[in-house]
Each structure stands twice: as C-alpha cells, then as structure tokens.
Design a protein around this ligand. Sequence first.
Ligand code: TYM
Length: 337
Amino acid sequence: MRILSGVQSSGRLHIGNYYGALRQFVQLQDEGEAYFFIANLHALTTVRDPKLAEELTREAAIAYLSLGLDPKKAVLFRQSDVKEVLELNWILGTVVPHAHLERAHSFKDKVAKGISPDFGLFAYPVLMAADILLYSADAVPVGKDQIQHIEFARDWAVKFNVTYVPGYDPQDPEGKEKGHSPGILKLPAARIQESTAVVPGIDGQKMSKSYGNTIELFGDEKEIKKRIMSIKTDSTPVEAPKPTENAPLYDLLKVMLPESRFPEVDASWRAGGKGYGEYKKLLVEAFHDAFGPARKRRQELINDPAELERILQDGAERARAEASRLMQQVRRAVGIP
Ligand code: TYM
C-alpha cells in the first residue's frame, strides 16, 4: 500500500494537525510505502514573505522529524523540489470541470472570510490532486476538512483515464477484467481517524491557523499555557456535572489524554465537583507529556541544518524517481513527446 500526505507550510503546526493527520503519518510509516511532503507551493497562496515562506517550510520539516517520522522508512520531501508536480497540475487541469472548483469548500470558505481570491487559491485543489496522483497513492491520511479534495482527485483521475486510456472502464479501474486496461492515474482514498477528524480550537470552532484559535505544537511554553487557560467554557458551577456537548475543553481532553487516563477524567467531568480551571491544568500537563520529547528532538534538529537539508534532498531524489516514471506515461498518453 502506498501512503501519501502533506501539510501546508502556511503557519506553525498545531495540535489539530498532529491529532488529525501527523500522528497517523507516524503510525502508517510502518505499514506501507510512505511519502510525506511539505506543501510549500500551496503555502504561497497565503504566505507572501519569502523569508517567512522558507522558514515555515524548514519548520514543518523539523516538526515532521521531531514528531517521529523516520527518513529511513518514509520519503520526506518539499513539494517544490519535484517539478513534475507542476506539469501534472497543468495537464490534469485540462480535464477539471470549472464548476467543481467553484464548489470547493476551502475556496468558498476563504471567499466568505473576505479574502480576495486569486487564481492560485481557485486552482488549489488541482495542485493537491496532482500531489496525490503523481505518486499513485492508495491512501491519504487527512483530517475531515480535506475529504472533498480527495474526492476531487478521484473524480479527476477517472476523467483523465476515461479520456486518455483506451480500454479503461471506470467500473473496473484496475483493469481486472479481460479487455479492460488499468488507469494511468490510480484512484486514492482518504483515510480518516474518526475520533480526531475535527479537533476543536480554543473557541470551539475547528482548530485552524486561519481562525487564530490554535494551540501550537512548538510554541512558547508560557503562550501555550495561556491559550489552554483561555479555552472557552460555560458558567456551569464547580460542583455541578459538566456538559459534554459544545465543550472544546472536554473534546481536547479526550484527544490529548492517554486512553488509559481518560475514563477517570470523563467520570469526574460528568459527576461534577471540579472547576474548569482544574481540567485546564490537566490539559497543560497532558500537552507536556505528549510533546515534551518532540520539543527536545526539535532543538537538536534546529542545531543541525545541514543534516536537515541532506534528508530533504535525499527524499526529493526518491520522490522524483517515482514522479518521473508516472509522468512518462502521462506525457505519452496525452501526446507530449
Ligand atoms: P493543512 O496544512 O491545512 O493541514 C494538514 C493536515 O492537518 C489536518 N487538520 C486537522 N485535522 C483535524 N482537526 C483539525 N482542526 C485540523 N486542522 C488541520 C488537515 O485535515 C490535514 O490533513 N491541502 C492540505 C495540504 C495538502 C495535502 C496535499 C494533503 C496539499 N497537498 C496532498 C494531503 C495530500 C492542507 O492545507 O492541509
């Protein structure tokens, strides 16, 4: 099984990224051939400062490694190091219905927030589909907000195959039956961990860089504590049982506490007798237990930029080998010598 996913380097990674996606990456690197990359071309749709763009790309790579991705097991690379993705982006774009892009949630959300949309933002899902299809990924571990993007990638892979592969039958995409051909572009599937598909932010909405409600993985310790202490709660008195609906503090405890620890906290939450402040302190501790070791490793990686670059160059080379194999087939299929 080929696994592939990416994280945009448009800001500092937060615990939604970790529990929604990165934690799965670390588990999956042992289960198949894994490709993980930093989507630094996608990040250009929001980051307009070149120094910051570079720094955030490097930070994301360091985060991957410090959270447990092993470059001996998984291919780790920068999206921009494999130029083939831009070629596939264009070719794929020629079979993408304009109407699909108009109904993309991510695009509609950003426009609703008042961001004036440029072509890059509009075409974002096409580049994302190219990311996935270029490496013939079977499974794409992501949080819930990315499902539509992966469905698009599937739809467009089918459209490409129907258009360009003689004998391709969408009912038999792997070409198992006689007279059928397998597609050139493989159909990927999203892989979602239901319990952490949407991690809430400190205000109760989905945790997101663009909502300013994140708890950063590697932020300043004091600031992290402040953010946790400011998680939105209601006015339930200390002695009363606490509600479990619309309660981001409860949801975050559920996500962050070890499974063995949560039932006891859940029981006391439902029984009452403790104030929200106590639970917030518990969450601060859970944060330190979960990310203390990664924060240490991160410091070591920061101190060795040459090693980081070597890992990324090596990953890019391995990714390019795979990308150029697929692009030869794609070029032949569409008539590019
Ligand atoms: P990005 O950078 O916004 O997020 C990276 C991953 O983190 C997940 N995530 C969450 N999961 C649960 N709860 C949350 N609050 C939360 N916030 C973020 C996201 O679902 C994602 O899995 N378009 C992608 C980057 C990308 C990509 C790709 C991903 C570019 N090309 C190809 C997979 C395959 C993005 O912006 O993710």
